[in-house]
Structures are given as structure tokens and as C-alpha cells.
Ligand binder design. Structure first.
Ligand SMILES: Cc1cc2nc3c(=O)[nH]c(=O)nc-3n(C[C@H](O)[C@H](O)[C@H](O)COP(=O)(O)O)c2cc1C
Length: 171
């Protein structure tokens, strides 16, 4: 698969096979893609939290109670520390951008390995912070279930996106 094919194939998966575990080498491949992501001033203010233990999975799932979310055998959460991110003179903090880029790397790498993902931001933020025991400066912008789509799951045949002329401007 070339890069555009990976991007085109990726879609939000809301149906997982709970019985199919992710091989360790596949998981490490995905995490390596996150590790290699760029960040402002190369500060890499992130941590990639792989949730696998039954207790932690139950706690994380309770912050986003959807049956399909609970099917995935693992959850990947990108957290970061605002104090460890780059800050511009006018006060802009790069943490959200840095973490978002890392998440995109992780999600596309997962797609390249045949795994399903779904970017999730609509979780109970205080509850997830508490599950992960985050300190004051640590933040979360997204998590994703990680697992193989259920057998028979059919991907959308095309992406619902604005036409290129609506989103590109040549000046
Ligand atoms: C920042 C962000 C937050 C999202 N939060 C959720 C979410 O909480 N729950 C969910 O089911 N999908 C969530 N999505 C998935 C979007 O609905 C989905 O990416 C969009 O509809 C495009 O569909 P596609 O991912 O299949 O291409 C989120 C996506 C992004 C980028």
C-alpha cells in the first residue's frame, strides 16, 4: 500500500473482534511511528499509554461507554505535559498540535498494519484524567481503540469529503 492508499483506507472503525489480540511486533511498529512524529522544538512532550490490563480497560471504557468501544482488546491514549511543550513568546503552547500529530502518526501506522482505530475526543475528561492519575500539567486530547475490525465488517466505499477545489487555494 502506498501512503495515499493508507490514508484512503483509514476510516473510523466502530466494530472490533474482541478475540483477536494484537501481536507485540505490530504494536511496537505502531508505537515507533508515534515516537518518530515531529514536535515543536523537538521537545516530544508526549506519552503513549497502551491500555491492556482488564482493570484499566474497564476503567478507561467507563469514560466512553459504547458497546463497540469495549470490543477492542486495547486502547491507546496519547497524553502530554504542557510544561514540557514548546511555548512561543506570545503564550502559544504547542502541546495540542504536538499530540495531535503523534496521534495521526499512530493511527495511520495502525491502518498500515490492518488494525482499526477511531479517534475519540468525546470521553469523560475528568474521569479519564483520574483513571490515568495525571498530574496538573498533563493533558489528553484523544484516545483510540486498537484492534482488528470484526470479520465481515465492510469499510465505506468512498470518503465523504469536500471537493479539492473547496479546500485548496492556489495564490
Ligand atoms: C478530533 C476528533 C474527535 C473525534 N471524536 C470522536 C468521538 O468521540 N467518537 C467517535 O465515534 N468518533 C469521533 N471522531 C471520528 C470522526 O467522527 C470521524 O473521523 C469523521 O466523521 C470522519 O470519518 P472517518 O474517520 O471514517 O474518515 C473524532 C474525530 C476527530 C478528528
Amino acid at each position: 500500500m502506498n501512503f495515499l492508499e493508507i490514508i484512503n483506507r483509514r476510516e473510523s472503525i466502530r466494530s472490533y473482534d474482541p478475540t483477536k489480540q494484537i501481536p507485540e511486533d505490530v504494536l511496537l511498529y505502531i508505537l515507533e511511528a508515534g515516537r518518530l512524529a515531529p514536535s515543536a522544538a523537538n521537545f516530544q512532550p508526549w506519552q503513549f499509554v497502551v491500555v491492556s490490563s482488564p482493570e484499566k480497560l474497564a476503567a478507561v471504557r467507563s469514560t466512553y461507554p459504547r458497546a463497540w468501544f469495549a470490543e477492542a482488546p486495547q486502547v491507546l491514549i496519547v497524553t502530554g505535559n504542557k510544561e514540557k511543550a514548546w511555548k512561543r513568546a506570545d503564550g502559544y503552547n504547542s502541546i495540542e498540535t504536538d499530540l495531535t500529530i503523534a496521534m495521526d502518526h499512530l493511527i495511520l501506522a495502525a491502518e498500515s498494519q490492518g488494525l482499526g482505530t477511531c479517534w475519540i475526543a468525546n470521553f469523560d475528561y475528568p474521569a479519564l484524567r483520574s483513571v490515568l492519575q495525571l498530574t496538573e500539567n498533563e493533558v489528553i486530547f484523544a484516545m483510540t481503540p486498537l484492534g482488528y475490525p470484526k470479520t465481515g465488517f465492510v469499510k465505506k466505499s468512498h470518503k465523504l469529503r469536500k471537493p479539492i477545489d473547496d479546500v485548496v487555494k492556489f495564490i
